[in-house]
Design a protein around this ligand. Structure first.
Ligand code: NOJ
Length: 716
């Protein structure tokens, strides 16, 4: 449909019909059973006509249901408009992939794109049109439960994944390609900066940090063509995002040129009353529409009060028309006027969902996402040895994480199942291990199994509800009962391997005495198989952390790209008056970019194609590597940069490029990372981005701490 045709529809719509387009309701308003509607309907105090005309619906699933809802909607809508079916498909629909923080640890754009593509296919055959993903909030505080939804702490890496996810969801031709769904960038902006890591809390960031660290990943997704943007729950400079004109009109629309609709987060418009910036719902509606928020999710400030605003001031009619146009344009971009059911297909749904191919994809990506944190040589496991598997995460399907509402526990391959399928001497405990307490029976069982076997695989970690939305923790250690279990087993086990299932970086000091630690995150449906493949060495681990693990919660936030202070600790470690703690180091326990494999890879050489360049140039950074082992390995070569003298204090290192390379047994290879010097731009005091002339250090290595080579580059 052309824009003129959309405008002609808007012309014919009554003001109330227009307002209804701005409302998004949850799926339970649309069940076949009218009685089911009573609760929520009463809560929101809206009538059946409003429900029938609400412009979009949240959380429907199932092809037949989607078809029925759309049919009913079109028949009842006075202009026969279609609705948009949206949902949170965050890391897989029914085939659950690793949580986004784990996807970040793949350092593989291809893997992330594949996850999004499979998710889009399963969602689209089930009738969905749009996913509330990618979540692109940069995170630095592991107390915040939603770190699991982010790809990590680095703006460069997050931006790479942002583009990959948008392309995976939307493809190249969203309108025609029914296997794709639209992507929604969230949460604009800086939701991950919640003070103290407490969910929904105030965010207080400088504008330079906001622009340089937090905004780039959202911007990258918008440039990649994401169709919708969601507001954040938090305030920025005291103004809630959902009523923040500067953020949405000036930055998102004028600077980033985003032309699609903006949706509020759940009830976030009404919550501006709680923030104390709106006196009532009408005031909240006014702030939000003025900021350019088009869709109100699950509260009715617009539905109840926009018309009053229009009557008082005709300017609001223009704002309303603008919003309706943006919503109809999204429907048009999805091809819903031509094909309102899009990919919904009851037959294909059976074939596609949780297909063998999708399981395989989930397994491979899970393998890439796991990070081997420690290994004193005990891994890989040998099939000759007797292995015992137990612990609170050993036999459970709770490996999917908080955002996996379609995933089913009984479809998950557990750790015990994965290991048992390997044809080795694996004994799985028949005792019940709990997350938060040990019984006498399981402590006795643990000791007996540890004594009788050569190796223990102890599966520890968090339950799915311990990370995710509204799941902040001040104590990021393992639960005390699990630490007690570890200590008891450690006393008797000959070799002790810990597999961790969790949704955030943890304080892991309590398990320092483990022989090996595999961070498996919430790995998804195929988690157990992926873990087994890594533990037995069928797959050489290659995951690298995309978020630092603190030494202690007191250091938080601890992240790699910090600036120097005027009194850097490193310059005088024995001095009192330097920037340090009295009781803990300044550094992460496991830094950004860190991860082990079963191979030793040496960094042999680094050269630059030139060491003098122009401000707008491309430098080739050539690194020579050797795999000193007899098994193939995937190495992620990381390039960090420091701008030595700048207008503002610059980070000591910032990731500006990486290459993942497979090295066969004993192979030596050259890897080239292309550094476009425009990547060296930063936000100056006047808030403009530019590259300074002068000297830079270019550093390469296997992680942000072990930078093996450093070369000077001069730009002029
Ligand atoms: C609230 C969450 O903050 C957001 O990420 C999600 O998309 C919406 N609820 C809808 O479920």
């Amino acid at each position: 449909m052309k824009q003129t045709e959309l405008l002609a529809i808007i012309e014919k719509m009554s003001p109330k019909e227009k307002v209804d387009q701005l409302l998004q309701l949850a799926a339970d308003f649309y069940t076949d059973n009218a009685e089911d509607r009573t609760g929520p309907m009463e809560n929101l105090d809206i009538n059946e006509t409003t429900i029938d005309n609400a412009g979009s619906i949240l959380g429907v699933s199932g092809a037949q249901k989607a078809i029925d809802i759309q049919k009913h909607y079109i028949e009842n809508n006075p202009h026969n408009l279609p609705t948009i079916l949206m949902a949170d498909i965050i890391h897989g629909f029914r085939t659950i992939f690793p949580i986004p923080l784990a996807l970040g640890c793949t350092w593989s754009k291809e893997a992330v794109e594949e996850m999004a593509s499979v998710s889009a296919l399963e969602s689209s055959v089930s009738g969905l049109h749009l996913t509330f993903s990618p979540m692109l909030d940069l995170v630095r505080d592991p107390r915040w439960g939603r770190v699991l939804e982010s790809t990590g702490e680095d703006p460069y890496l997050n931006s790479e994944f942002a583009r990959a996810m948008v392309h995976g969801y939307q493809g190249d031709n969203l309108k025609e390609d029914m296997t794709k769904v639209a992507a929604c960038v969230k949460h604009f902006a800086a939701y991950g900066g919640a003070i103290g890591g407490r969910d929904y809390n105030t965010v207080d960031v400088s504008e330079t940090t906001l622009r340089e660290k937090y905004l780039p990943s959202y911007h990258a997704a918008i440039e990649a063509g994401a169709k919708l943007v969601m507001t954040a729950f938090n305030t920025i400079e005291g103004v809630p995002a959902s009523g923040n004109k500067k953020l949405f009109r000036d930055v998102l629309r004028d600077e980033f040129k985003f032309t699609g609709p903006v949706i509020s987060d759940w009830a976030a418009i009404k919550e501006m009353i709680n923030h104390g910036v709106a006196a009532n719902e009408k005031d909240a509606a006014r702030l939000a529409i003025e900021a350019g928020v088009d869709i109100e999710m699950m509260t009715t400030c617009y539905d109840k009060h926009l018309l009053e605003l229009v009557e008082e001031d005709a300017r609001y009619m223009d704002l309303l028309d603008e919003s309706v146009l943006r919503i109809l344009e999204l429907k048009n971009d999805l091809g819903l006027f031509e094909n309102p059911y899009r990919g919904a297909d009851v037959e294909k749904e059976k074939e596609v969902i949780l297909s063998d191919g999708h399981r395989e994809s989930a397994r491979k990506i899970a393998e890439k996402s796991m990070v081997l944190l420690e290994n004193n040589g005990v891994l890989p496991l040998s099939k000759q040895e007797k292995i015992a598997v137990f612990g609170p995460k050993a036999t459970t399907g709770d490996l999917m994480g908080a955002w996996s509402w379609q995933g089913k526990f009984d479809e998950v391959i557990t750790i015990a199942e994965g290991l048992s399928a390997k044809g080795a001497h694996v004994t799985v405990s028949t005792e019940n291990y709990e997350l938060f307490e040990n019984s006498e029976a399981n402590l006795a069982d643990a000791k007996q199994l540890a004594t009788e076997n050569d190796i223990v695989v102890l599966a520890l970690g968090e339950a799915d509800w311990m990370s995710g939305e509204a799941a902040s923790r001040s104590d990021i250690k393992l639960p005390q009962s699990q630490i007690d279990l570890f200590n008891e087993v450690r006393k008797v086990a000959k070799k002790l391997v810990v597999v961790l299932i969790n949704g955030r970086p943890l304080d892991l000091n309590a398990i320092n005495e483990a022989d090996a630690v595999l961070e498996a995150w919430f790995p998804g449906t195929e988690g157990g198989n992926a873990i087994a493949n890594i533990l037995f060495g069928d797959v050489n681990p290659s995951g690298r952390l995309s978020m630092s693990f603190p030494e202690s919660v007191g250091q938080v936030p601890v992240y790699y790209n910090t600036e120097n202070t005027g009194r850097p600790y490193e310059s005088a470690p024995d001095e009192k008056y330097v920037s340090k703690y009295l009781d803990v180091s300044n550094y992460a326990k496991y830094p950004f970019g860190y991860g082990l494999s079963y191979s030793e890879v040496s960094y042999d050489d680094m050269t630059l194609s030139k060491d003098n360049g122009k401000i707008d140039d491309t430098i080739e950074v050539i690194v020579t590597l050797t795999n000193k082992s007899t098994r193939p390995v995937t190495e992620t070569v990381q390039l960090y940069v420091r701008d030595l003298v700048a207008e503002t204090a610059r980070p000591l290192k910032e990731l500006k490029g990486f290459e993942q390379v497979v090295l066969q047994a004993n192979e030596t290879k050259q890897v080239t990372i292309m550094l476009e010097t425009k990547k060296l731009a930063y936000v100056h005091q006047d808030l403009s981005w530019s590259v300074d002339a002068g000297e830079f250090d270019l550093m390469v290595g296997p992680n942000s701490r072990e930078l093996v080579f450093s070369k000077k580059l001069t730009l002029g």
